[in-house]
Design a binder for this molecule. Sequence first.
Ligand SMILES: Nc1ncnc2c1ncn2[C@@H]1O[C@H](COP(=O)(O)OP(=O)(O)OP(=O)(O)O)[C@@H](O)[C@H]1O
Length: 313
Amino acid sequence: MRHVFLINPAAGKYDRTGEFTQTIRAACEGLDYEILVSRAPGDCTHIAQAAASSGEPVRLYACGGDGTLNEVVNGAAGHANAAVTHFPGGSGNDFIKIFSDPAAFRSLPRLLDAEEATFDLIRCNGQNYAVNICSMGFDARIGTEIGRYKRLPLVSGTGAYLLSTGVNFIRGIHEHYVVDVDGQHFDGNQTLMCIANGRYYGGSFNPVPDAEPDDGLLDVLLVRDVSRATMLRVIGKYKAGHYAQLPELIRHFRCRRVHIRCDRESEINLDGELMMSRDVTFEIAPQSIRFFYPRGLTYHAAAEQGGEHIAAT
Ligand SMILES: Nc1ncnc2c1ncn2[C@@H]1O[C@H](COP(=O)(O)OP(=O)(O)OP(=O)(O)O)[C@@H](O)[C@H]1O
């Protein structure tokens, strides 16, 4: 088994390439491994694709944040011989928060002793993949501008999110969209649309706490146009996943496909990465992704919420 580590030096508040390299060398002695450092945005996708194209069994470690994981997933998608994981070094590291002990991903010996699950992928406009959460509207504008703020002195991951939220709040919060979801048609203003496979984004938002990454379905939330005052009143509930308490404002769908048309080229957030389009289809991809994680962790929503304990595999 080959282990390929893909380091994004631009992830997080500072370049962790040296730290990562030291840790990897110490933990992987005697293993067949390789460390590759991304030189530009998109590089991790090409590296992952090249590593997976050999057809040999390979484990790909995304060393960075959710954007790095997204790039690696895009390179590995469709390659049955490749499995991916996240060795966190980003600001949010949100996808792995679905697991019972996200901190375990920081221990490389534990990641090397892994078990594996098969997760759904969200396919956007037939070509780009996300493993965690996509969004459009107010949210996408916030999420895709966080990068601008995260390296400011004294600004944490959450602080960057709050700064971006403040700026976009002042600019205006809803726009006109035409949305087709689950056989229903909505033509009107929406504040945001969230398409979830995972459960966490934006640092600590958990809008659909019951989303499952392996149920073959997307969890879609449509948040209708609200005033800024209402937004301030309900954002906490949205963040905590209490969408069911706001049926007059938030519609929830569990579906395989959603189509959104916009009046202008609009921001689309794919696991925190930015894409622009006026016409967007999100669907469950025919390909899934093999994801490995420290042995013994669980990821099902019922387990996280203290309900029935379900084994992860
Ligand atoms: N060599 C590089 N130089 C500059 N940017 C890069 C490079 N390699 C990748 N990137 C870009 O860096 C951006 C940030 O990466 P990433 O999302 O992993 O970190 P983060 O934003 O700190 O973490 P999180 O998304 O978990 O909050 C991504 O958009 C990615 O495309």
